[in-house]
Design a protein. Structure first.
Length: 227
């Protein structure tokens, strides 16, 4: 029988990545809904992915990861607007930390929800550029795990087998979660994709969150679509 401290890799992956992946999928599927053409379009949605380098003290304890981001916003004028964004960052734990704690595995992730004003300082028909700043809520979790096995009862209708099997699982040895406020700021560029109103954007932003003990400092580089 599995204990609460044992997690199946598949179930753990589903639990960890369901929210960001579903958010990204829903926003991507609904991009064309309600879209307007021309310069009078005010509302927008966006979805992107990228790499998440770390800076500051935390870069010696956690390792570079990846992220997904999704959001929606409103352009008050042609040059000024805002966006509300959700971002999930999946990070690793450095080997030096694992060795010092004498644990075999570990991972970390950061959820954030931020409100971000945007200033478009270049608003060409095809190419654009903008500055973005903002702040919001950040939640960082670090987990330390070790591989083990668990007995699970399965039913295979093809072979007609019902019984226990041994499968590999990860047992959580310990975890630490910190909730904090934070700020961010950066620059981005856009390229119009035909006459559909969609734009490809690339962006680099610095994120700082006042998390417990070690401050979370990231420099996510994002590529995505804004409609």
């Amino acid at each position: 029988m599995m204990t609460d401290s044992m997690r199946l890799p598949k179930r753990k992956a589903i639990a960890k990545f369901t929210l960001p992946v579903l958010t990204l999928m829903v926003l991507t599927i609904t991009l064309p809904v309600g879209a307007q053409t021309g310069s009078d379009r005010k509302w927008n949605v966006s979805a992107g992915v990228g790499v998440s380098p770390l800076v500051g003290d935390i870069s010696s304890r956690l390792s570079t990861g990846w992220h997904v981001a999704a959001g929606g916003g409103y352009d008050i004028t042609r040059s000024v607007g805002f966006t509300v964004e959700y971002m999930y960052n999946g990070l690793g734990v450095s080997n030096s930390v694992l060795n010092s704690l004498r644990v075999p595995n570990g991972d970390a992730h950061v959820h954030s929800v931020t409100f971000n004003p945007i200033w478009h300082f270049k608003t060409g028909e095809r190419f654009g550029a903008y500055a973005i700043v903002g702040g919001g809520y950040y939640r960082r979790t670090v987990e330390f795990t070790e591989p083990t096995t668990a007995i699970v009862n399965i039913f295979d209708p093809w072979w007609g087998y019902v019984g226990p099997v041994f499968i590999p699982v990860n047992r959580v040895l310990g975890s630490a979660t910190s909730n904090a406020g934070g700020v961010n700021g950066g620059l981005g560029t856009t390229i119009a994709l035909g006459h559909s109103g969609a734009k490809f954007y690339s962006e680099i932003r610095y994120h700082y969150a006042n998390t417990h003990r070690s401050r979370t400092q990231m420099l996510p580089i994002t590529f995505g679509i804004r409609w």
